[in-house]
Design a protein around this ligand. Sequence first.
Ligand SMILES: Cc1cc2nc3c(=O)[nH]c(=O)nc-3n(C[C@H](O)[C@H](O)[C@H](O)COP(=O)(O)O)c2cc1C
Length: 188
Amino acid sequence: MTTILHLDSSITGEASVSRQVSSGIVDALVAADPAATVIHRDLAADPLPHLTLDAVADRAVLGEFLAADVIVIGAPMYNFSLPTQLKAWIDRILIAGVTFRYGPNGPEGLAGGRRVIVALARGGFYGADAPARAFEHLETYLSTAFGFIGITPEFVVADGIATGPEGRETALAQALAQANDSALQMAA
Ligand SMILES: Cc1cc2nc3c(=O)[nH]c(=O)nc-3n(C[C@H](O)[C@H](O)[C@H](O)COP(=O)(O)O)c2cc1C
């Protein structure tokens, strides 16, 4: 049976774009696989503390991640990067000897075989050819962090949210359509 771990990290509650899109992705996955179990962790409502050595020793968050087949993450861009609440979660899953190790050929990811789907919401435009691409440290960071542990994340993007109501609605509609895309469901 498929276990879906659904994470949200936006601080904007009901108004959040990344929350709407991450929910859309989870709904599409469950529609394709009604027996799936969903665990929702709201990192804004129930934040993890900043990393400490004691926190590294506590493997509860890591265990929840390792038990999941699909991880769906709502990831808003704040100040060009990820919310600190989401960073605190990442800090608990990049664990040497468990999700990666350093071998004779360098770092090796050990957490492959899981799907990570990220709902990105960004105020501006940060696509590969956008002038502001160099300011982008959210998608690039998540690609690096998950790549390091052996997972290539998939991104559903809502860009231009801060350009006005029309831009927001267009981006949200496109992202929700992508969330429902049959390919997204088929690959689950
Ligand atoms: C505290 C804060 C910081 C933000 N920083 C950026 C930024 O650096 N670049 C950007 O393009 N948009 C920025 N935005 C706009 C958000 O990325 C945009 O509103 C997005 O929809 C946030 O996701 P959410 O709707 O799920 O909260 C910021 C928004 C907030 C609230």
